[in-house]
Ligand binder design. Structure first.
Ligand code: PLP
Length: 454
């Protein structure tokens, strides 16, 4: 009885609503959201009382108000906001992977209202969704046809289901990859209805392993790029050309999951989409928002015959992308076609930045700031990474601003609370801001945010 008696000390929702500490909050968030937080905070206090905690009315009131503020901050932190990426990770999955080109952003804005997503404005007649962008993608990659779906995982599923449902697809044991965020090849196979026919070993797979696995059950051979790890040592596997030769001899299509969508060769081992097509792959798949530098989508290029079959699949309606993505993708593809990608795509600009120019940016920011008594800033060399499962192990030499103060965790929390939020990394008990991933247009904003925190 005494525990329940305590419950009477809990303030009512209305009382908490009138708390002077919550007046500002009630002006910026909806009434229903505020009520939901108060109820949650009150429930929490009720549970503690029932667990035997003792608190008077005033303490309970302050506890609840305090918790409401924490819930607000927590939820604000999850609400979408613009970010200045100082993590040094170019394709940061938690930060939305590739930042879009200015023209792609403008196309999204233009398409956000009514737009001719399924109409040719010249004739006034209907055309199929994404018709233009898929033509551009064919032009860019040298493929007969193209198709756009929600992401590369969807592309894989679509391809496996269309080509191989109920039959086998041969894959090397060295390529049964897991990409972050739940993409595990064996699981994608399972939901597509295709059967996995594993060949070779983790480190070595030979052309004859594929050849021997071919039967009347075989629907396709798939090669999957090891996007986020590399193998070295006693390793071997046939080239794409070898697989294509085997495929041709047995009339079996070869699918190449190239992953990151590299359009022109980088100083690395990332496969180039057009090379895969010219080598004779029947289908190549890649993400739109990795090295391609566009919006989230999965792009399938290859033989008209297979693309036509996928277009007719009922899955297509479920996996198709919306008009905003198509608009941004069209613009990004045009940029690749016009050979201006390394200037216009922020991702490639960041990737190609020299360490010297990053150092120069660090000096510009440093010169614009005045540090306080408790914090200090200096320039250090560091390493950026591509991330997002591209170019594993390729470290890009860079420079960062290192901010030291009494509490680095607190400094980085304060930076994240800015608008735009500044996302840095903590390294050796200091806050490191790698400027490789900061877009040129964001430097003035970064200076402003840093000045406020310091
Ligand atoms: C990234 C990647 C995927 C998954 O792509 P999403 O667009 O994230 O779905 C699939 N395969 C490879 C080889 C990849 O690199």
């Amino acid at each position: 009885m005494s525990g329940l008696g305590h419950l009477r000390a809990l303030p009512s929702t209305d009382e908490v609503l009138r708390a002077p500490e919550l007046v500002d909050l009630s002006r910026t968030v909806s009434h229903s959201q505020l009520i939901a937080w108060i109820r949650k905070a009150t429930d929490d206090s009720r549970k503690r009382l029932l667990n035997g905690e003792v608190a008077d009315r005033e303490i309970l009131f302050q506890q609840i108000v305090h918790r409401v503020n924490n819930l607000y901050r927590h939820d604000l932190g999850r609400s979408s906001r613009s970010v200045i990426n100082c993590s040094g990770i170019l394709l940061h999955t938690n930060l939305g992977r590739a930042p879009l080109a200015k023209t792609a952003i403008q196309r999204i804005i233009d398409a956000a209202s009514y737009t001719n997503v399924e109409m040719n404005l010249e004739t006034g007649l209907r055309n199929s969704r994404g018709e233009r962008v898929t033509e551009l993608l064919s032009l860019l990659t040298g493929a007969e046809a193209a198709l756009v779906v929600n992401n590369c995982a969807a592309a894989t599923m679509m391809v496996l289901q269309t080509l191989a449902a109920g039959r086998e697809v041969i894959v090397s044991r060295s390529q049964l990859v897991e990409i972050g965020g739940g993409f595990r090849l064996p699981e994608v196979f399972e939901i597509s209805g295709a059967r996995l026919r594993e060949v070779g070993t983790t480190n070595r797979t030979y052309a004859h392993d594929y050849e021997r696995a071919i039967s009347d059950q075989t629907a396709a051979i798939i090669r999957v790029h090891r996007s986020n790890f590399s193998q070295s040592g006693f390793v071997s596997e046939p080239s794409l050309a070898d697989l294509i030769e085997i495929g041709k001899r047995h009339s079996i299509p070869v699918i190449d999951d190239v992953g990151s969508g590299c359009i022109s060769a980088l100083r690395s081992t990332e496969p180039v989409v057009a090379e895969s097509i010219s080598a004779g792959a029947d289908l190549a798949l890649f993400s739109g928002d990795k090295l391609f530098g566009g919006p989230q989508c999965g792009i399938i290029v290859g033989h008209q015959r297979w693309i036509a079959a996928m277009k007719k699949s009922p899955l297509m309606r479920a996996l198709r992308v919306d008009k905003l993505i198509l608009a941004a993708l069209e613009s990004t593809t045009e940029i690749h076609l016009s050979h201006t990608a390394s200037e216009e795509l922020p991702l490639l600009r960041s990737l190609h930045k020299s360490a010297e120019s990053i150092r120069h940016d660090c000096e510009t920011v440093l010169a614009a700031l005045t540090t306080s008594a408790t914090t200090s800033l200096h320039i250090e060399s560091c390493c950026s990474e591509v991330g997002g499962g591209s170019l594993p192990g390729c470290e890009l030499p860079s420079y960062c601003l290192t901010l030291t103060g009494p509490d680095p965790d607190d400094l980085s929390t304060q930076l994240r609370r800015m608008n735009p939020a500044v996302v840095a990394r903590i390294h050796r008990n200091a806050v490191q801001l790698d400027l490789r991933t900061v877009l040129d247009s964001q430097l003035p904003q970064l200076i402003e945010c840093l000045q406020r925190v310091i």
